[in-house]
Design a protein around this ligand. Structure first.
Ligand code: ATP
Ligand code: MN
Length: 433
C-alpha cells in the first residue's frame, strides 16, 4: 500500500474518489453503530467515518478495535461533509494497522493544557504528537531557517567549531569534563574563542550549535545542553552588533507571523509588531531605578531575573537591551569602555521581560589587554596559549553575540519552562530519553 494523499490534500474536489491515507490515530469516538476516527499525518487531521451498515462486518470490527496512537493506512472513499472539520471525510474500505498501540498514553493528545512535564518527558516522542508541541517545534524550525537566511544575506558564513575543548571560556557555569584519549577535556560552553579567531580570515561568521553547561541550580530557563546562535563580526563594535541583532529578531518574528499562521492561531498567540530600535537602558540606569525602588543592590552586582521582574511592572513582554555592564561580571574577552573607564565594558544583554535572550559585546583584540584581563580574573594564561598566539598576527577589532535559541522560543511562544521548547531537554536530573 502506498499513500496517495496527505490529509491537507483531501478536499471536496476528491468527492467520490478513492484515496489512501497514512498516519496515526489521534482520536476515536464510538457511537455504537458509527465510529469516528481522526487520522493525523504530518500536515494535519482527516476524519474517517465508519458506519456499521455501510462496512463489511470484519472492517467495522477492525476499526472498533483501533486505539489512539496506532499507526495505520486507510483506503477509503472521500465524501464532502459540511459538518466534518475540513469539509470532507473518508468512508473506509480497507484498514491496515502497521503498529497497534498497546497502552493508553498518560496524557490527552488533543488537549492544550498539559499534565506534569516529567510524565510527558518520560514519553517525549509520544508527547510530541500533541498539536501544542508540534506547533512550537514548527515555529522553531522557522526561527532556525530565517536566522540562517538573515545572516547569510548579511554576508556571514556558517561555521562549526570543536565541541571537545581544552579550556573554559565563560566562567560561571561549570564545564562537563570528558575523557579525551589519555587526557581530560571538556564539552564546549560556547564557541567564543574559535568564532573570534575565525574573524581573522572570514570577517563575518556564525554558528548554530550546542553549548554545554553544568548549571548549578534547577531553573526553568537553564539546560545543560542548549542551542546557541553565535555571531561574530570584524571591524565593528557592540552598537553595530545590537543593530544587527534587533534586525534579526524582527526578521525572525515577522517570518514566523507569515509562515506559522496556523500554529500561532492554535497556540492563541498574537506576536507583537516590533519596532526599531529596541529600547536601551544602561546597567547604571537600571541600578539607579532599583535604588529608587528601595531594592538592595550594589553597583557591580549581577541583575537577577527576580530583581528585574520587580522593576518591570507591566513591561513584561518586550525586547530591550541592558548596556554597559560592569567589567567585573562579564567574561575576560569583553572590551572595556575605554582606558579611563575600565569599570564598565562595551557589552549588552538582550532581554525579553526578565528573561535574558542574548549577551554580546565588543571583544578585546589586543594581546596585552587580553593578558591583563585574564590575569585579573585569575585564569591560567598558559592554558590559553593556543588562543593567545593568534593575537600576534593582527586580530581585527570585532564584536558579536551569543543567543539562546530556546530562550528566544520561550519569548516567542510565551512558554515559561525551557523544557517545553526543547525536544529532549538535558538538566541536572535528566539524561534520558
Ligand atoms: P544566564 O545569566 O541566564 O545564566 P549567561 O549570562 O550565563 O545566562 P551567556 O554566557 O551570556 O549566558 O550565554 C549567551 C546566551 O546563551 C544567554 O543569553 C542565553 O540565551 C543562552 N544560555 C546560556 N546558558 C544557557 C543555559 N544553561 N540554557 C539555555 N540557554 C542558555
Ligand atoms: Mn549572559
Amino acid at each position: 500500500m502506498r499513500r496517495t494523499h496527505y490529509s491537507s490534500e483531501i478536499n471536496s474536489d476528491l468527492h467520490d474518489n478513492e484515496a489512501i491515507i497514512m498516519g496515526w490515530v489521534s482520536s476515536i469516538r464510538d457511537h455504537g453503530n458509527m465510529q469516528f476516527v481522526t487520522i493525523t499525518d504530518r500536515y494535519g487531521d482527516i476524519q474517517v467515518v465508519a458506519k456499521r451498515k455501510e462496512c463489511t462486518e470484519e472492517l467495522f470490527n477492525q476499526i472498533q478495535q483501533l486505539k489512539e496512537h496506532a499507526s495505520v493506512a486507510i483506503r477509503g472513499k472521500v465524501k464532502s461533509q459540511v459538518k466534518a472539520p475540513n469539509g470532507t471525510e473518508v468512508i473506509p474500505l480497507e484498514l491496515r494497522v502497521f503498529s497497534m498501540a498497546k497502552k493508553t498514553a498518560p496524557f490527552i493528545i488533543q488537549s492544550k493544557t498539559s499534565i506534569g512535564i516529567d510524565t510527558r518527558l518520560n514519553l517525549r516522542a509520544v508527547d510530541l504528537r500533541r498539536n501544542f508541541l508540534k506547533s512550537i517545534f514548527r515555529i522553531r524550525n522557522t526561527a532556525l531557517k530565517t536566522t540562517r537566511e538573515f545572516l547569510s544575506e548579511h554576508g556571514f558564513i556558517e561555521v562549526n567549531t570543536p565541541k571537545m575543548i581544552a579550556t573554559a571560556t565563560e566562567g560561571g557555569a561549570a564545564l562537563f569534563p570528558i575523557f579525551y584519549y589519555d587526557r581530560e577535556a571538556f564539552l564546549a560552553q560556547s564557541p567564543q574563542l574559535y568564532k573570534e579567531q575565525l574573524t581573522m580570515a572570514f570577517e563575518n561568521v556564525f554558528e548554530i550549535g550546542p553549548i554545554f553547561r553544568a548549571e548549578p541550580s534547577r531553573t526553568n530557563r537553564h539546560l545543560s545542553e542548549a542551542i546557541s546562535i553565535d555571531v561574530e563580526q570584524a571591524f565593528v563594535d557592540y552598537n553595530d552588533i545590537m543593530r544587527l541583532l534587533e534586525k534579526m529578531i524582527i526578521f525572525t518574528v515577522d517570518s514566523i507571523k507569515e509562515t506559522n499562521k496556523n500554529e500561532l492561531e492554535y497556540l492563541n498567540l498574537q506576536l507583537p509588531n516590533l519596532e526599531l530600535p529596541f529600547p536601551k537602558y544602561s546597567y547604571s540606569n537600571i541600578v539607579s531605578k532599583l535604588h529608587e525602588a528601595q531594592e538592595h543592590i550594589k553597583w557591580g552586582d549581577d541583575l537577577s531575573p527576580q530583581i528585574i521582574k520587580d522593576l518591570q511592572n507591566n513591561r513584561t513582554d518586550a525586547f530591550y537591551f541592558i548596556t554597559d555592564w560592569p567589567t567585573s561580571i562579564k567574561p575576560f574577552y569583553v572590551k572595556t569602555k575605554g582606558e579611563k573607564d575600565e569599570m564598565m565594558c562595551e557589552s549588552f544583554d538582550l532581554m525579553y521581560g526578565s528573561l535574558e535572550i542574548s549577551s554580546g559585546s565588543t571583544r578585546i583584540n589586543r594581546k596585552n589587554d587580553l593578558l591583563k584581563r585574564m590575569k585579573k580574573q585569575g585564569l591560567n594564561v598558559d592554558a590559553f596559549d593556543y588562543h593567545l598566539r593568534v593575537f600576534d598576527y593582527g586580530v581585527p577589532p570585532h564584536a558579536g553575540f551569543g543567543l539562546g535559541l530556546e530562550r528566544l522560543l520561550m519569548a516567542i511562544t510565551k512558554c515559561d519552562n525551557i523544557r517545553d521548547v526543547t525536544l529532549y531537554p538535558r538538566d541536572i536530573d535528566r539524561l534520558t530519553p
